[in-house]
Design a protein around this ligand. Structure first.
Ligand code: SF4
Length: 303
């Protein structure tokens, strides 16, 4: 809202909805696996993705989609009351309600609740630095690896997102990446290989990377859903490129969703979509993890 020439965040303290999810649904596979997370968002977005699966709230410009009034401390207390270890700022992009998210993150940290941002990372400095300093973990979309895709399909630019990824990777905020794969738009072998090379060179081989299936929605209802074979191809190319923890999402693929030790291939965390199976991970008092079979470190935050 523009008031007397100044921009005012008119969604502060107003949510478009709450849900309690498994943390794997954000998706986060290496941050407190098996825990519950309280998710909420507001309305609007700074991108206009043609495939947006939350378009009813991301395209909203008005209070009419903001049902709940919730202060930062209300949200932190609700997370505690419902046995959640974390709060996620999600559904629409939290960088557009940064003041509300940062205040809520502080209220969460005061109570031992971990703040998590699920974002497209389309934000510049200095707000980028302030926003991620408030977060303990984040999942950032890397929606494709060509500027053409970003401009035509999302309305944003690739370079800004890459700058955000490099910034967060250099901080203590736990980072995972999600790529929504849309056949015919961002699924060429070359694009996957180029993306993987950049991730390994600029962020390192240990950032968990999720390749998720698209389903037809919003302004891309004429594009078919992503096949499991395409996601498996993306995963294989990324692993061949040197990424060590690569996952598929939104499809049935227990092997592609489980965590294996990169040294001895031991199954350390078994998953089927958002459900956990066997966990064979040694966890140190500081929350670091290692393979129970060969002691190779498994990056992440565990409890
Ligand atoms: S950044 Fe996310 S919420 Fe915003 S338009 Fe794109 S997909 Fe939708």
């Amino acid at each position: 809202m523009n008031v007397s020439g100044q921009l005012v965040l008119d969604t502060y303290g107003r949510s478009s909805g709450f849900a309690i999810d498994p943390i794997e649904k954000k998706p986060l596979n290496h941050f407190l696996p098996g825990s519950r997370i309280l998710s909420f968002g507001t309305a609007g977005c700074n991108l206009g993705c043609k495939f947006c699966q939350n378009w009813t709230i991301s395209t909203s410009r008005h209070f009419d989609s903001l049902a709940s009034v919730a202060s930062p401390s209300d949200i932190a207390e609700a997370a505690l009351a419902h046995g959640c270890t974390a709060v996620a700022f999600t559904y629409n992009d939290p960088v557009i309600f940064a003041e509300y998210a940062i205040d809520t993150a502080a209220a969460c940290r005061e109570r031992g609740i971990r703040p998590v941002a699920v974002t497209a990372g389309y934000v510049c400095d200095p707000p980028r630095e302030e926003f991620f300093a408030a977060m303990d973990a984040t999942n950032i979309d890397l929606k494709g690896f060509t500027d053409d895709f970003y401009r035509k399909i999302t309305g944003g630019r690739l370079a800004t997102v890459l700058e955000t990824l490099e910034h967060v990777a250099a901080t203590s905020c736990h980072l995972e990446i999600t790529t929504l794969v849309i056949e015919g738009h961002n699924d060429s072998d070359t694009e996957f290989a180029t993306m993987s090379r950049w991730i390994v060179e600029h962020l390192g081989p240990d950032i968990p990377h999720h390749f998720s299936a698209f389903h037809p929605d919003h302004r891309m209802r004429d594009v078919p859903p992503t096949s499991p074979a395409t996601l498996s191809r993306a995963r294989q190319i990324a692993m061949d490129g040197g990424e060590r923890f690569v996952y598929t999402g939104n499809v049935y693929d227990p092997r592609g969703q489980s965590t294996f030790c990169p040294a001895c291939d031991h199954l350390v965390i078994e998953r089927n979509r958002y459900r956990l199976g066997r966990i064979d991970l040694s966890i140190a008092p500081d929350g670091s993890g290692s393979c129970a079979a060969c002691s190779t470190p498994i990056p992440g935050v565990f409890a």
